[in-house]
Design a protein around this ligand. Structure first.
Ligand code: HEM
Length: 160
C-alpha cells in the first residue's frame, strides 16, 4: 500500500482534496444558497417537496466522494505511517470526524426518505418534522466538522 501511495501520491492527495471540496462545498451551497431560495416558495407542501428533492440530488452526488475520501485517507495513513508517527492524534481526530460526518449523513438520508414518504401520504407535520432538522442542525454540523477536518488536513500537509 505504501508503494502505491508513493507512486500515485499526487493523484491520491488530489482525490482526497477534491472529495472534501465537493462534500463540504456541496453542503454550503445547499444550506446557504439553495435553501434560502426555497424558503421564498409560499406553499409549504411545494417548499418541502423542493427541499426533499434537492437534498436527494445532493446526497447522491456526495456519496461517491465520501467513499473516495475514506479510501484516500487509508492510503495516506499507511503511506505516511501516520498511526506510528507523532501525528497519530491528528490522524485519529480526522478519522473520528469522518465517522461522525458519515453517521450524520446516513441519518440525514433516512430522515429525508421518511420525510418524502410522509409528504406523499399528505402528512405535512410529519414531513416537516423529519426534514426541518436536516437544514437547521445536521447540515450545519457537518459543515463545521468538515471545516475542522480541512484545517487539520492543512496542518498535516504543512507538517509531514
Ligand atoms: C478519514 C480520515 C482522514 C485522514 C486520515 C486524513 C488525512 C489527511 C492527510 C494526511 C492530509 C495531508 C496530505 C498531504 O498533504 O500529503 C490531509 C489533507 C487534507 N484533508 Fe484529510 N484526512 C481525513 C479526512 C478528511 C475529511 C473528513 C476532510 C474534509 C471533509 C478532509 C480534508 C482534507 C483536505 C482539504 C486536505 C488538504 C489540505 C492541504 O493540502 O492544505 N480530510 N488529510
Amino acid at each position: 500500500m505504501q508503494d502505491i501511495f508513493l507512486e500515485y501520491k499526487v493523484v491520491i492527495v488530489f482525490l482526497h482534496v477534491i472529495s472534501a471540496v465537493v462534500w463540504v462545498g456541496g453542503m454550503v451551497a445547499m444550506r446557504y444558497a439553495a435553501h434560502q431560495s426555497f424558503l421564498e416558495i409560499e406553499s409549504p407542501a411545494k417548499r418541502l417537496e423542493r427541499i426533499a428533492h434537492a437534498l436527494k440530488r445532493l446526497f447522491s452526488i456526495v456519496i461517491p466522494f465520501v467513499i473516495i475520501l475514506l479510501i484516500t485517507a487509508i492510503f495516506m495513513i499507511k503511506g505516511y505511517g501516520l498511526s506510528q508517527s507523532d501525528f497519530s492524534p491528528f490522524s485519529y481526530a480526522k478519522e473520528a470526524i469522518w465517522s461522525v460526518m458519515f453517521v450524520n449523513l446516513m441519518v440525514m438520508i433516512l430522515r429525508r426518505n421518511r420525510g418524502e414518504r410522509f409528504l406523499n401520504e399528505g402528512n405535512m407535520v410529519g414531513a416537516k418534522g423529519q426534514i426541518e432538522l436536516i437544514g437547521k442542525v445536521m447540515v450545519p454540523l457537518n459543515i463545521a466538522l468538515g471545516v475542522l477536518a480541512i484545517f487539520l488536513g492543512t496542518f498535516l500537509s504543512s507538517s509531514l
